[in-house]
Design a protein around this ligand. Sequence first.
Ligand SMILES: [Zn+2]
Length: 253
Amino acid sequence: MEPLIIVLLILTLYGISFYFKKRIVPKIKGAFGEYKVSSKLKRLNKNDYIILNNLLLKKGYSTTQIDHIVISKRGIFVIETKNYKGWIHGHENSEYWTQTIYKYKTRLRNPIKQNWVHVFALKKILSEYQYIKYYPIVVFAGNGKLKNVTTSLPVIYTRELLRTIKKTNNPEYLSHHQMRLIADKLTQHNVTNRKESRNHVKKIKTNVRERQKKENLKICPKCGNNLIIRKGKYGKFYGCQTFPKCKYTLNIY
Ligand SMILES: [Zn+2]
């Protein structure tokens, strides 16, 4: 064989194994951890807890993925699952945590911080339920040992999960009906697959483009009538011809 072909072959194999290690293996590990946790959660009483697994929520142009949500009468548990080996070290406020296997150290994103992002996304979607309490929980579902994790929030092993959920002693203030409504609302916001989420982004972009096109032609994007120059308190601007029926306005640049 030509030396060049051999080099190319080696590079290709190297690329494939790199991709497998970086992309495929973490996905399989992650899915396994999530499976372990969701089968644990199934044991919770269906009348008292509603469980939603693997939610992909729209967040403006992007999406955020939440491993598990448990809606209870006392509030909402937001669970982030990690599947790691080795020893885990980390602090509640630091950006990264470390995983040590023998003397090899790798870093991981602070899962508590990751989980706060999920809580904020939920708060935004459930903004009409201002009084709801959120309980973020990080679960280590692999063989990893939590060695030096300093936090005021629960960072636990899978076997402690149900106990942690049940021992929360905030008063019960949500009815089963309200829990159902919350679950329905979150399910409505769930983007069931990645393709749909890409389409969602595409659609928003097309809408913006179409609006700009109409604005350039001085056509009201809202109702299709003409935009005409109007004078207001703060100077001239474009307004819809049919005002006050349509209140669309556009700045003059
Ligand atoms: Zn209009």
